[in-house]
Design a protein around this ligand. Structure first.
Ligand code: G6P
Ligand code: MN
Length: 437
């Protein structure tokens, strides 16, 4: 079976390749890497060659890459890290959150990601209509919803954050995944774990939320105060919503934005892949990237070092492989994924892409029932979904004014004049947004 990776020159591709090599059944027998940047493709090709022997082909032709694929991973970054730097800098300069996927920066990113992802979805529907498209491209929920308009339930969005969160909570509770049912729901980077039920239907979560010492053993417990009151463990990205002033100040006072740091680090890493041991060069950069992830948030909350265990399967490549195995081998698996709602969260319509536990088998990913979202989550989920819909409308119509409405509608922007300034500043700096007029 062939797996095609769009964004094949991307930094995290070796993680996927390692997961494929570790798959005892070798479900995937051939990998095709597609990218618009031949230099990055060649570099990642070198790292993969040092990792193992699974055949790899590289191409810069999209149709060629898609043809014959059983699985397509879409992991592109439109505008590259140059774009991410602009997303962050313009927002911070305007006094709002400059972050990859949340708030103003996330909207600017979405306005770039969606048009290209629609083009990919259309080509996939034309030349690989039976392929499963696993979307990693951020903002993953928004992009998956856009692609679902063309691919229906053959597109599945993934993120490693919810899986990591649930993994940490279950370890703190000392229960095994198969023994409990979890209520985790929301949108991508906007979800909560609000129930862990055992076979007898007892909810084990309140016990953990009341136990500060045990809670402090997990990252989310250290990041957020008073989870007992909230009755839930929020996804780490909720930190931006729960402490907007603090997180904004922390990002503003950092010497560099995350994008600027990564741009320098990546330039160095891709150069070094060509000049020294490719695997060492990549591994050094990967470890540094993991260790510094969300560093400002952790510092602000006094949360300490990032918990990082390279042997745990919770990384995004682990989720991707689990989805692929379940689809390809018809081995039912339960995973938290981004799929169309189909009544799971009654506060949203059926076509809204939501992030919820799903059962995955050869027929695809189907959402499992979850308890209703807690009251405190409802307005936030509705507001962010409404923003996503305005972003999709702005892309469909090419309307700058609709993009401004999307920006103004986001809870972390919320001001029409500011929204207009932001959209115009982004348009001035991002050539990919020239379609908005
Ligand atoms: C997590 C999120 C991804 C995001 C990444 C950013 O894995 O779930 O959606 O892209 O972090 O990490 P970075 O190293 O690029 O800041
Ligand atoms: Mn994510």
């Amino acid at each position: 079976m062939r797996l095609t990776i769009l964004g094949g020159g991307g930094f995290r591709v070796p993680l996927v390749y390692k997961a494929l090599l570790a798959d005892p059944e070798r479900t995937i027998t051939e990998v095709v890497l597609y990218d618009v940047d031949p230099g990055r493709l060649a570099a990642i090709g070198r790292v993969l060659a040092a990792l193992g022997d699974l055949p790899v082909r590289i191409t810069t032709d999209l149709d060629e890459a898609l043809t014959g694929a059983a699985f397509v991973f879409s992991a592109i970054r439109v505008g590259g890290l140059r774009g991410r730097v602009v997303d962050e800098r313009v927002a911070l300069a305007a006094g709002v959150l400059g972050q990859e996927t949340v708030g103003a920066g996330g909207i600017a990113y979405g306005l770039r990601s969606v048009p290209e992802s629609l083009r990919i979805a259309a080509r996939t529907a034309a030349v690989a209509p039976d392929a499963w498209l696993i979307n990693f491209t951020n903002p993953a929920g928004l992009v998956t919803e856009a692609m679902a308009g063309l691919l229906g339930d053959r597109v599945i969005g993934i993120c490693d954050s919810p899986t990591g969160l649930v993994d940490r909570v279950l370890r703190a509770l000392r229960v095994r995944p198969g023994d409990v049912r979890v209520d985790y729901a929301g949108l991508n980077h906007l979800g909560w774990l609000y129930g862990v039920r055992d076979a007898a239907g007892r909810d084990l979560l309140p016990g953990l939320l009341a136990d500060e010492e045990r809670l402090a053993t997990i990252e989310e417990g250290r990041l957020f105060g008073n989870l007992r009151e909230l009755g839930a463990v929020p996804n780490e990205y909720l930190h931006y919503y729960y402490d907007p002033a603090g997180t904004l100040a922390a990002l503003r006072s950092a010497g560099q934005t995350r994008g600027a740091f990564l741009r320098e680090q990546q330039e160095r890493c891709y150069r070094e892949i060509a000049s020294r041991d490719p695997l060492d060069a990549w591994l050094d950069a990967w470890r540094e990237r993991e260790a510094t992830y969300m560093a400002e948030n952790r510092e602000l909350a006094g949360a300490g070092e990032r918990e990082h265990d390279e042997s745990r399967p919770a990384g995004y490549e682990g989720v991707a492989l689990a989805v692929m195995r379940a689809l390809a081998r018809d081995e039912p698996a339960e995973l938290i994924l981004n799929v169309r709602n189909r009544g799971t969260l009654p506060i949203l319509d059926d076509d809204a892409v939501v992030e919820v536990p799903c059962t995955v088998d050869a027929r695809g990913a189907a959402p499992l029932p979850v308890a209703p979202l807690p009251d405190h989550a409802v307005d936030l989920v509705r507001a962010v979904k409404a923003t996503d819909r305005l972003i999709l409308a702005a892309v469909a119509t090419g309307s700058r004014d609709t993009a401004v409405r999307a920006m103004a509608n986001h809870p972390l922007v919320g001001d029409a004049a500011l929204a207009a300034r932001l959209v115009d500043a982004y348009r001035a700096e991002l050539p990919e947004l020239a379609y908005l007029s």
